[in-house]
Ligand binder design. Structure first.
Ligand code: ZN
Ligand code: ZN
Length: 650
């Protein structure tokens, strides 16, 4: 095996060949001489000896010449190198790359340091987690031409082919694949296979996300705590057919988008992990959104999908717990021992997480007050675009860890009959607990990107935190609702809010993020915000442009994320009668809780107050009873091969 380190003596194939020829000749010569001396030689042996001696001498002379020439060349190179070095020290401005310690052409990275990092950066930002989350490979929606153009723009000398060879090859076994030597974890994807559904609001949401990232980069890690949250992953607990050894197989099924038609509701035979990704913010990267990284510690709370559920309140409880964890201390707690003054949460857009849901808002107000925050910001991506949430990057390793896990079935005895229906509820509860605790144990042993994973199972019946009550006037002064973004900040009144602990106000001098608006240079167009009045945050949000007027208070101009929220404000702050309160007409009702109805409104799935619903107009969908049976697995390897380890959403 050739070693990778550079050997000091170069290979000498010609010399080696000569040496072996000489030794063969010498052996033959010796043997012939001995034969003659023993008197065994026939006629002509003297002639043969003479010829062998001559041949040996010729070869030896040839070898001597070669050695001499090699030595001369060595001297010449050393002399040349010394000359260039002395020239270089005399003229330090002259760049010379001709002197190298290694043979061969230098790799592009050698003279252009940071090349691989830049490819990573270009690919990372604006790319989503890989398909099916089976790998940690980043999926970039850029084409090779775009990537190449960006690199050239950034001042790198690199050809298109060389760029390509720094990405992960399509087939690593192929001849072409072997040329990809130093690669970055980036793979190009064909544009047309981008399965993330476009949404009219995606650029609007991106503007908010960019704004928050910029804010985080400017304030820096000492003032900002950034957490990305998601609980769309489900771990169904299956039951294998009785004849096989009957293990319980776990896998992560993952729903990326909320599809109107197959939105999973109701109790399921599954575990629900809520995943919280701590996001490390780099120091001294002011104004660059790359400052907000993708790595950090991970906290996972696992609940039984059948006996409890993850709601806005459980998320609030999990966050409170997270802030006490040792692994999150550096990330979340400032030097003064308090939670860092500016908190940014990025959530997925599910009905229990989205920032316009009133329970999310009241829990956030509690956090805001409890931790004496200067600002609390919660944002989500446009529907169908949640794969861009940072926490999604943690799903690949978490899922991979489970891909091959088979738990012993019937740890406490079977609670299911042969059809997968529950026959023993109490047994089921402790079996779920055992499965949940095992899952937590598996994940807790993981380290992602050099950061710990902390996972725990929370059995049903937990006590949940109470939310703080605030007046509608306080609400109007400190809270700004909008479709995808919630802002809570301290007001300017010293008697109301405690002194600020961060420089947030220096950046948001109006108190809140201003509404994003479309701009263009040609034709020159910058909208003129209403004089002295803050415009509704969603003014330029494409999908709800028409609802802005209905959601804005006609008396003070405050904008709310729903009509009912605005009506509450009108009634309680201005004391004005709400005449005919128009009710929401959902397309379909999916589920009910006391006082709340989960329904499909336009394109989203939301929890809406019972009073705000037009009950008569509800198209009562033929109630599909929730599927509470455990999936029966007949062949474990087939089940894995069929892609059940990850359930695709389309
Ligand atoms: Zn205040
Ligand atoms: Zn008002």
């Amino acid at each position: 095996m050739p070693s990778l380190s550079v050997s000091t003596t170069a290979p000498t194939p010609k010399q080696d060949a000569l040496k072996s020829e000489i030794s063969v000749l010498e052996v033959e010569l010796n043997a012939t001489v001995r034969k003659r001396d023993a008197g065994l030689g026939k006629d002509g042996i003297e002639k043969k000896i003479k010829k062998l001696r001559h041949d040996t001498d010729v070869k030896k002379k040839e070898l001597k010449n070669k050695l001499l020439r090699a030595e001369n060349m060595r001297k010449f190179r050393a002399k040349q190198k010394a000359q260039v070095l002395s020239l270089k020290s005399a003229h330090p401005n002259v760049q010379s790359s001709s002197i190298r310690t290694q043979p061969g052409r230098p790799a592009l990275e050698e003279n252009q340091s940071g090349l691989l990092q830049v490819i990573c950066d270009i690919a990372t930002h604006g790319s989503s987690a890989a398909d099916r989350r089976r790998s940690e490979v980043l999926r970039t929606c850029k084409t090779l031409d775009e990537l190449h153009a960006r690199l050239v723009e950034d001042g790198f000398f690199i050809s298109r082919t060389s760029t390509y060879r720094r990405l992960i090859p399509k087939y690593s076994g192929s001849l072409e694949g072997k040329r990809h030597v130093t690669t970055v974890p980036v793979r190009l994807c064909r544009a047309q296979t981008d399965r993330h559904r476009d949404h009219a609001d995606q650029y609007f949401c991106k503007a908010t996300a960019n704004g928050l990232e910029e804010l985080a980069s400017v304030l820096g890690p000492e003032q900002v705590v950034f957490i990305s949250q998601d609980d769309k992953a489900k771990v169904p607990i299956g039951k294998t057919a009785a004849k096989v050894q009957a293990p319980v197989l776990m896998h992560v099924s993952y729903k990326v988008r909320l599809d109107d038609h197959d939105f999973a509701v109701g109790e399921r035979h599954q575990l629900t992990p809520s995943v919280y990704a701590g996001i490390i913010i780099k120091e001294n990267c002011m104004g660059r959104k790359e400052a907000v990284t993708y790595s950090g510690p991970t906290y996972i709370v696992i609940r039984s999908g059948k006996h409890s559920s993850s709601t806005a309140t459980t998320h609030a409880k999990d966050l409170i717990k997270l802030l006490t964890l040792n692994d999150f201390k550096n990330l979340a707690i400032g030097k003064d021992g308090k939670v860092k003054p500016v908190m940014i949460l990025s959530v997925d857009g599910g009905p229990d997480e989205n920032p316009r849901y009133k329970k999310v808002i009241s829990n956030c107000i509690s956090h805001f007050k409890e931790y004496d925050l200067d600002g609390l910001f919660v944002f989500t991506n446009a529907p169908g675009r949640s794969a861009y949430n940072r926490v999604e990057r943690r799903m690949a390793p978490l899922s991979r860890e489970l891909a091959t896990v088979v738990l012993p079935y019937e740890h406490y005895g079977s609670h299911l009959d042969s059809q997968g229906k529950t026959i023993d509820n109490e047994l089921e509860l402790i079996n779920f607990q055992h499965a949940g605790e095992t899952l937590a144990e598996i994940w807790s042993q993981m380290v992602i990107d050099g950061h710990n994973v902390i996972a725990e199972y929370v059995p049903p019946g937990e006590t949940l935190p109470e939310t703080a009550q605030v007046s509608d006037t306080w609400y109007g002064n400190h809270v700004r609702e909008s479709q995808y973004f919630l802002q809570i900040t301290k007001c300017a009144d010293d008697s109301c809010c405690a002194p600020r602990r961060s420089a947030l106000k220096n950046i948001l001098y109006q108190g809140f993020f201003p509404a994003p608006f479309p701009m263009s240079q040609n034709p020159f167009r910058i909208p003129n915000p209403d004089e002295g009045r803050e415009i509704p945050y969603d003014t330029y949000c494409p999908s709800i442009k028409d609802d802005i007027t209905g959601r804005t208070c006609t008396i003070c101009g405050l904008y709310f994320a729903s009509k009912s929220s605005m009506n509450n404000h009108r009634k309680n702050v201005h004391g004005s009668a709400v005449h005919h309160m128009s009710r929401v007409r959902p397309l379909r009702v999916l589920s009910r809780r006391p006082q709340e109805v989960l329904c499909i409104v336009k394109e989203s799935v939301e929890w809406i107050d019972v009073e705000a619903i037009d009950e008569e107009k509800i198209i009562t969908s033929e109630d599909i009873p929730p599927d509470t049976t455990a999936p029966v697995i007949y062949d474990v390897s087939e089940w894995i091969d069929a892609g059940n380890v990850f359930v695709e959403d389309d």
